[in-house]
Ligand binder design. Structure first.
Ligand code: SAH
Length: 214
């Protein structure tokens, strides 16, 4: 672990202690400048382990949650990945070096365009962004080896389950009841779907339809 920034080193150690096992995930966190993804006013908190506000009333996820979700996806370089909720693009940037291609959908054009600018700046070559309602998935590109949803669904999104390849993995936050969300992992088998609760989380809601922007 190289680490000129002591706050980053501390964050990486905390992630390891909290069960992020995949060294490639930790390396991606180490190499990705989170300060590029947060609002200027919060730059000094870039390596604090907290979610932060971004524009359009959304949030950039907490580094632990990003690392944990990525870890539990069991990625390899052959994977074709679908992400729902581009937001700042930070999670996308972490996925990028760990897989073949990331298809990422965001319902706010403003957020998608800002994220695309960051992908260009960081020279991340394997990201395909789309402004659309991600709750419908991306049927033209399906099936996906992995799906990651970074906004909370009200129930298990069947449409997304169906876009998972056999053997594929999805991690998705599901709102069990008001204010209570669980991160759920779904594995598609030859015969159906296996699900497992991973951890309580707090995400902004998955909202259907494109966002209206002024
Ligand atoms: N992964 C992001 C987290 C952003 S918060 C990051 O690291 O910054 C979740 C994002 O999901 C928000 O930007 C929100 O606009 C988006 N979102 C919510 N519902 C959506 C939907 N149906 N389709 C696409 N994006 C959606």
């Amino acid at each position: 672990m190289s680490g000129s920034d002591p706050r980053k080193v501390q964050l990486l150690m905390a992630l390891r202690n909290q069960g992020v096992r995949d060294l490639a995930v930790l390396e991606a966190i180490e190499k990705t400048p989170r300060e590029l993804f947060v609002e200027k006013a919060f730059a000094d908190q870039s390596y604090a382990d907290t979610a932060l506000p971004i524009s359009c009333g959304q949030t950039i996820s907490q580094p632990f949650v990003v690392a944990f979700m990525t870890d539990r996806l069991n990625l390899d370089k052959r994977c074709k990945v679908l992400e729902i909720g581009t937001g700042s693009g930070y999670q996308t940037a972490i996925l990028s070096p760990l897989c073949r291609r990331v298809y990422t959908i965001e319902r706010y054009r403003t957020l998608s365009l800002a994220a695309q600018e960051r992908f260009r700046k960081l020279k991340l070559p394997n990201i395909t962004p789309l402004v659309a309602d991600g709750s419908k998935g991306w049927p033209q590109q399906a099936p996906f080896d992995r799906i990651i949803v970074t906004a909370a669904a009200k129930e298990m999104p069947q449409v997304l389950c169906e876009q998972l390849a056999v053997g594929g993995i999805m991690v998705v936050p599901i709102e069990e009841r008001a204010g209570v969300q669980n991160l759920v992992r779904v594995i598609r088998t030859e015969t159906g779907f296996e699900t497992e609760n991973l951890l309580p989380v707090r995400f902004v809601p998955l909202v259907e339809g494109l966002a209206r922007e002024s």
